[in-house]
Design a protein around this ligand. Structure first.
Ligand code: B4P
Length: 191
């Protein structure tokens, strides 16, 4: 199986690149952001709780996202692999993911980290906020809060994978196609 972690700050292009990657490699896309927005759209109790935090630009509790990913791994037993998009976002989530995969005799193949500066991130997210309907994209203050959450809680996840020799960093600025080609090169090397 090919199990990729697509990593980077909010707006780095994780969701965008995932769409191309799932087509090329027939992987199952697991975006915790999408799963949470789905819960919100369905008006579930979990969704109502998550919405409050997401609208403020905060992370939702580890156990909530770990539980969602655990269910999805169980539901997709015989697949070619997964793209983990926006997960793990804390070291506790990364450890939980390793344990979950090990219980299915699987492991993370590699992590691809997209690097984009804060000014560009804010610009992209505000632009998306004009028509995405996402409250967390509409307000510069909330976007800055998300970037701050990333820096304090999520960047240590890159070290976690670096310690396993699985970290690959790519500049996430430039055309979507050029960035995609660089990601594909990395995947071809490990396949
Ligand atoms: P996510 O849904 O993961 O959203 P995101 O960080 O904004 O990234 P996304 O993947 O959507 O954007 P992309 O960079 O592709 O998280 C939302 C919230 O959910 C979090 O703040 C948190 O509250 C919660 N959450 C999710 N997972 C969690 C977890 N594991 N633990 C705790 N809480 C969790 O794209 C952004 C924009 O850039 C797009 O408009 C795109 O078109 C544009 N773009 C992409 N590539 C570009 C390029 N090369 N050039 C120009 N523009 C580009």
């Amino acid at each position: 199986m090919l199990n990729l972690v697509l990593f980077g700050p909010p707006g780095a292009g994780k969701g965008t690149q995932s769409q191309n990657l799932i087509e090329k490699f027939q992987l199952v896309h697991l975006s915790t952001g999408d799963l949470l927005r789905n819960e919100i759209a369905n008006g579930t109790e979990l969704g109502l709780e998550a919405k409050k935090l997401m609208d403020e630009g905060k992370l939702v509790p580890d156990e909530v996202v770990i539980g969602m990913i655990s269910n999805k791994l169980r539901e997709n037993a015989n697949v070619k692999g997964f793209i983990f998009d926006g997960f793990p976002r804390t070291v506790a989530q990364a450890e939980a993911l390793d344990n979950l995969l090990a219980s299915h005799n699987q492991r993370i193949s590699t992590m691809i980290a997209l690097e984009v500066d804060d000014v560009e991130l804010e610009k992209r997210l505000l632009l998306r906020g004009k028509d995405s309907g996402r409250p967390d994209d509409a307000n510069p203050e909330i976007i800055r809060k998300r970037i701050a959450e990333y820096k304090s809680k999520t960047t240590p996840v890159a070290n976690y994978y670096q310690n396993q020799n699985k970290l690959n960093t790519i500049v996430g600025k430039g055309s979507v196609d050029d960035i995609f080609s660089k990601i594909v090169e990395i995947i071809q090397e490990i396949k």
